[in-house]
Ligand binder design. Structure first.
Ligand SMILES: [Zn+2]
Length: 201
């Protein structure tokens, strides 16, 4: 590596800091970029700059957006009284892809994880409480991930809301057997959720 110029070394060490890219891949990408025509290679630099300068969090729901408020919050046909709480913008995208939900969202930007040092103050829980204080929200849907940390985060937020805004109804996404699956192949947790979350036929 000592024979590379300083700028090639800089590029490789920056690339190697990306997730899933080791030193060998960084070297390969760096030399690929060196071989490209300047305007081709600069597209990558411009894409990185665009994403860091244009994209920000919606001031209402913390979704990623190029306009504030985001297109979901600004949509008059969406029900502002129903707020689905999710951990990350990609969870919001997955729910939006169903095309079934007509409420709005609140993105926590993470989940409470004592092991990783993520505390309630690191999430967007305070802005959520301010949103609820406006009185416009009548239902909260917990859409955190159905695992230990997601459930723990949902319980924490639920107890906060229950204590301060008892008039707000709190629901959670139904869980259970995926359509098209077989009961014999479902794991124990899914079956347990399916039984406890059973619905009247
Ligand atoms: Zn928004």
């Amino acid at each position: 590596m000592s024979s590379y110029t300083q700028s090639i070394q800089n590029l490789m060490s920056e690339l190697a800091r990306l997730p899933g890219i080791g030193m060998r891949s960084a070297e390969r990408i760096a030399f690929h970029l060196l071989k490209q025509p300047p305007d081709e290679a600069m597209k990558l630099a411009e894409a990185i700059r665009d994403v860091k300068t244009r994209i920000r969090h919606c001031s209402a729901c913390y979704n990623l957006t190029e306009q504030d408020p985001c297109s979901i919050c600004a949509d008059p046909s969406r029900d502002q009284g129903v707020v689905c709480i999710v951990e990350q913008p990609k969870d919001l995208l997955a729910l939006e892809a169903t095309g079934l939900y007509r409420g709005v969202y609140h993105v926590l930007l993470g989940r409470i994880s004592p092991l990783e040092g993520v505390e309630p103050g690191d999430l967007t829980i305070d802005p959520l409480m301010r949103r609820l204080a406006s009185g416009a929200v009548r239902e909260i849907i917990m859409g955190t991930n159905p695992n230990m940390e997601g459930d723990g985060t949902a319980l924490f937020v639920q107890s906060l809301i229950g204590g301060r805004f008892p008039g707000v109804q709190i629901t959670r996404l139904a869980r259970g057997l995926p359509s098209g699956s077989n009961i014999e192949y479902a794991n124990k947790n899914i079956l347990a959720d399916a039984i406890s979350g059973r619905q009247r036929m």
